[in-house]
Design a protein around this ligand. Structure first.
Ligand code: AKB
Length: 317
């Protein structure tokens, strides 16, 4: 059967690049982008786009039926910082939309589901160094609670109904093409924009706040790599730990200074500091590496060089 892919959340940070990447492999017309708002011009111009509010399960089903969709990448979520401001809305969006997609798979309307979890599924009692795949979780944010619950539902639907659902616990994702929104790790993107625009940045996370991070090309390769893996290799059906690089704001500043020597970094921590303090610092992703061959490519300096090069062009500098 031909693969037809629906990406929910195609206007978001990951969705934008995932759609463009999937279209190269599966063909433009076989990857349907969707979101509640229009996507990046490159996404809108290169293939089909459908307006979908993921809270409306019937609308998702209608689009699945219209294009004979076989796989859904469900990327819509309210991230950690925003969900702390709107806990009930965050919970409803993150959970109800997941059920819509899992139920389509349970009813045999689609064959494969991708749903992202996050390092936010861990909490203050989780070991912070080399955080194991299986460990204490106890998340302390609404976003984290929704990710942990979502992981358990994915696992349940897999074992109970045979749903082929796959998931990764994303670290903070850094990218230049599309910006993140509402996350605790967003500083690691903003810092590059401000380095080029103003030569300085004030970080909302404090010095020494080490968090797991990853450059977008690695995140996209991991996502598609997991979805392309043979089903029997995908042994974890909650969500896979995934590691790239771990750094604190001052480490990014040092890396930027290799290219912009006068760059200055200040710190003004806000409510997001508490969220960051509850998350791991370095993730152990042995299971992903062993089960389906994951390996990251970008270190901090390689990422910085690529970010600055692409952002300069994007910002017309
Ligand atoms: C956030 O900061 O909320 C996200 C995440 C780590 O899932 N980037």
């Amino acid at each position: 059967m031909k693969d037809v892919i629906l990406v929910l959340g195609a206007s978001g940070q990951i969705g934008t690049e995932l759609v463009l990447n999937l279209r190269q492999t599966y063909g433009d017309s076989n990857v349907i982008a969707s979101d509640i708002k229009d996507a990046h011009p490159d996404v809108m111009a290169s293939g089909p786009f459908e307006s979908i509010n993921v809270m409306d399960g019937n609308r998702i089903a209608e689009v699945v039926d219209k294009y004979k969709v076989t796989q859904v990448y469900h990327l819509v979520a309210m991230l950690s910082a925003t969900a702390e401001r709107m806990p009930e809305k965050g919970w409803a969006l993150n959970m109800e939309s997941l059920f819509h997609v899992l139920n389509l798979a349970k009813d045999g309307k689609i064959q494969k589901v991708y749903w992202p979890s996050s390092i936010a599924c861990f909490g203050p009692n989780t070991p912070k160094q080399n955080t194991p795949q299986h460990t204490i979780m106890e998340p302390s944010t609404v976003y984290g609670i929704s990710k942990q619950a979502g992981e358990q539902w994915c696992n349940y639907y897999h074992h109970k109904y045979g749903v082929d659902v796959r998931s990764i616990r994303y670290p903070g994702i850094i990218s230049w093409k599309s910006e993140p929104g509402g996350g605790t790790t967003d500083y690691a993107v903003e810092i590059y924009y401000e380095a080029l625009r103003k030569g300085e940045y004030t970080s909302f996370l404090d010095k020494g706040t080490m968090l797991p991070m990853m450059y977008m090309p690695d995140a996209i390769r991991a996502t598609i790599g997991l979805m392309d893996a043979e089903a029997e290799k995908v042994k974890v059906r909650t969500s896979y730990n995934l590691a790239g690089i771990s750094f604190a704001p001052e480490h990014v500043a040092e890396s930027i200074q290799k290219f912009i020597p006068d760059f200055k970094l200040d710190f003004e921590p806000d409510f997001r500091q508490q969220i960051a303090n509850s998350w791991p610092q370095i993730i152990d992703d042995t299971a992903a590496r062993t089960d389906w061959g994951w390996a990251h490519e970008y270190d901090l300096d390689k990422m910085t060089e690529d970010m600055l090069k692409n952002l300069k062009v994007k910002l017309g500098l």
